[in-house]
Write a protein that binds this ligand. Structure first.
Ligand SMILES: Nc1nc2c(ncn2[C@@H]2O[C@H](COP(=O)(O)OP(=O)(O)OP(=O)(O)O)[C@@H](O)[C@H]2O)c(=O)[nH]1
Ligand SMILES: [Mg+2]
Length: 325
């Protein structure tokens, strides 16, 4: 156990938190930490990639701060500084609330989200001593991406510090056009849901090279050819029209091929993460600040309107006798 009930393992010294502020100034950007949230289908290699990135950053003498948000993982191949399993017992949650495995994960995540303020306090404390904060998420991808607690966690992180969503793809299991398409549709929906800088990581390139994916994404016709070679069924005609939609998504998509197993592609992964952080400052943060300003303006306008009505009422009744009877 560490110096807070939630935290384990970290020996980092407490210093003043580095704040993202308004993101102006190279020094402020340099000092701010970066949140990396690993999301991906079950078995895509999120946890193995966490371990690999952890080892790579240790090699670079930039030890990351590691957070496990998967309550159902049996064994972690790395030491987590914050582990959701220290806060909630997933099996007990299942039996106490009479839930199945997915309900158990969701409820555990909800319970953990109620303590998010404590997590953010720790993150702030550690922000000056760790550049990268890594978050592993449950394999039941929809539980994290579509639940209120997943959204709260993601938004809270993104409102505090530069945050990048790393979408991990199991490359060998995505080599058929149909699975490739569904995985990319999912990636697309998460991108639009979170609006955050996004990076698609084609993992397990030691087994299958990601060249086919790059080709399909850059050349619409080659994907259509692969589709028609595959099958002339309902699915392929449906996908033919969907891939037109995805073409636009691909055009602005950041991708990289890695192997969490061998460590291949780590420098390229971090080049893309740096690029995504730039997008956070250039696009996400100004948009967030605009939203906050709009909210403040509308609240102020509402208050002004209430005050105007009150003054109006006072003027109308001024000097008149008030009937108290
Ligand atoms: N060959 C190869 N296998 C990998 C690679 N990355 C992960 N694996 C294997 O893929 C399997 C799943 O890996 P995990 O890291 O547990 O995947 P995950 O996405 O965390 O899984 P869930 O948390 O259950 O969703 C394991 O057997 C890993 O050894 C890789 O780069 N290459
Ligand atoms: Mg995992």
């Amino acid at each position: 156990m560490g110096d807070t009930p939630m935290e384990g393992g970290s020996k980092a010294a407490d210093k003043q938190p580095a704040s993202v502020g308004d993101g102006s100034g190279a020094a402020a950007r340099e000092a701010a930490p970066v949140n990396i949230i690993m999301i991906g289908m079950a078995g895509s290699g999120k946890t193995t990639l966490m371990q690999r990135v952890n080892a790579y950053l240790h090699e670079r003498k930039e030890a990351p701060y590691v957070v496990n948000l998967d309550p159902a993982v049996a064994k972690l191949p790395f030491q987590a500084n914050i582990d959701i399993r220290d806060t909630v017992d997933y099996k007990q949650v299942m039996s106490e609330y009479r839930l199945g495995p997915n309900g158990g994960i969701l409820t555990s995540l909800n319970l953990f989200a109620t303590k998010l303020d404590q997590v953010m306090e720790i993150v702030e404390k550690r922000a000056s001593s760790h550049k990268y904060f890594l978050y592993d998420t449950p394999g039941q991808i929809e539980i994290f991406t579509w639940s209120a607690s997943g959204t709260i966690i993601t938004n809270t992180l993104a409102a505090s510090y530069p945050t990048v969503v790393v979408y991990v793809v199991d490359t060998p299991r995505t080599a058929s056009p149909a699975t490739f398409m569904s995985n990319m549709m999912y990636a697309c929906s998460i991108l639009y849901k979170t609006q955050l800088p996004f990076l698609v990581v084609f993992n397990k390139t030691d087994v299958v090279d990601d060249g086919f994916a790059r080709e399909w994404m850059s050349d619409f016709e080659s994907f259509q050819r692969a589709l028609s070679d595959d099958d002339e069924s309902f699915m392929s005609s449906l996908m033919n029209s969907m891939c037109l939609v995805l073409d636009e998504f691909y055009a602005q998509l950041r991708t990289v091929g890695v192997s969490a197993m061998t460590g291949q592609g780590m420098p390229e992964l971090f080049e893309k993460i740096d690029d995504a952080v730039k997008e956070y400052y250039d696009e996400f943060l100004p948009s967030l600040q605009r939203q906050i300003q709009q909210k403040r303006d509308s609240e102020r306008a509402q208050k002004d309107e209430q005050l105007r009505r009150l003054m109006n009422d006072l003027t109308v009744t001024e000097g008149k006798e008030v009937d108290l009877g």
